[in-house]
Ligand binder design. Structure first.
Ligand SMILES: [Zn+2]
Ligand SMILES: [Zn+2]
Length: 342
């Protein structure tokens, strides 16, 4: 089968590789039909995430069509349109049953598609087929009224955005939210926060296109960093991997507030203003999200029109144009192809 390989920054190529096969119960083979670039993919392509190495099957945010299932794959049948969890999740271990599907005990801690050895070499979404090892747990049916390309990011970056604001808004409805942007996640978080009842979203970024989009979505925007005198917020979000953005979000969190960081800070000891955090008694949240757990709620938000992730997509291009399109990708690119008639 054909598989898109990340060769190195700015370079991907199609390679012929053996197709995955079903070799046990509760498995599925799916054919991705809409694949979005994750913010991490964009960093990889721009040469800003060297810890993942080179030469691996690329892509992990997708909507797919089921091609084959084995016994025990739940309700799924060939032809179904599904959102596969990008994280490998068994659904039955202790942590999965406690909704910690990003920390499944059946697999290594970073098991996921599209990042090579660190993810456990499960293949990538820009392939003719992806193997789903725990189909009944990892697949979620796409509601009929959603177009695959519109929600290609829903299983990863939209889910990551959700956890930066939704849990904190549950504890503090109508709270004001501050988002330090950096990729697509801050924009999805803006949309989700307003959909879930945040009274305001203040959005800080240095990139004009994202600032315009955030403003269109309803945020107050600040294009110079750090913005002066905007005060403190009960809910703050740092979507950037830059230390300045993280520190600004932490220092902008009000007493008792919650700051969530989704940026990857890869050094051994990232300096943090712990004294400020101690004095405010704030909560700091980081770590990988639990994508599978939140998918049903996100799909409900999208299928009822409360969130519209397609507004954050910069460009949708045909599947076969992947190599050219990924050589200089925008923040959010979607590659799409027709589903197969069944
Ligand atoms: Zn991702
Ligand atoms: Zn598990």
């Amino acid at each position: 089968m054909r598989e898109l390989t990340f060769v190195g920054p700015g370079s991907v190529e199609w390679r012929d590789v053996p197709a995955p096969v079903i070799d046990g119960p509760n498995q599925a083979l799916v054919r991705p039909i809409a694949v979005a670039t994750c913010d991490l993919d964009v960093l990889l392509l721009r040469g800003k995430a060297s810890m993942f190495g080179n030469n691996f099957a690329f892509g992990h945010e997708c909507v797919a069509q089921v091609v084959e299932v084995s016994k025990g794959a739940g309700p799924f049948r060939p032809g179904d349109i599904v959102v596969p969890s990008f994280q490998i999740t068994c659904g039955t271990c202790g942590r999965c049953r406690r909704a910690l599907t990003g920390n499944c005990e059946a697999v290594r801690g970073t098991a996921m598609y599209g990042i090579g050895t660190l993810g456990g070499n499960y293949g990538g979404a820009l392939s003719d087929l992806m193997k789903i090892p725990y189909a009944s747990a990892m697949l979620v049916a796409l509601p009929n009224n959603l177009a695959p390309a519109d929600v290609a990011s829903i299983g990863d970056n939209v889910a990551d955005a959700w956890r930066t604001v939704a849990p904190a808004l549950r504890g503090n409805p109508e709270a004001r939210v501050l988002i330090v942007g950096g990729g697509s996640i801050g924009l999805y978080a803006t949309q989700i926060a307003l959909a879930l009842g945040a009274s305001t979203v203040d959005y800080v970024d240095s990139q004009p296109a994202r600032l315009n989009l955030a403003e269109e979505l309803g945020a107050h925007v600040y294009g110079s960093f750090p913005p002066k005198g905007i005060g403190r917020f009960p809910i703050t979000v740092a979507t950037t991997g830059e230390l300045e953005g993280l520190t600004f979000a932490i220092r902008s969190t009000e007493p008792g507030g919650v700051c969530t960081s989704v940026g990857i800070h890869s050094g051994n000891a990232t300096p943090m203003p712990l004294f400020d955090m101690y004095i405010t008694g704030m909560t700091f949240v980081t770590g990988r999200g639990h994508a599978r757990t939140v998918l049903p709620e996100l799909l409900e938000l999208a299928s009822t029109g409360r969130i519209t992730p397609e507004k954050i997509t910069n460009k949708v291009v045909p599947w076969d144009d992947a190599v050219d399109a990924l050589s200089d990708p925008p923040d959010k690119l979607v590659l799409a192809r027709e589903q197969i008639e069944t």
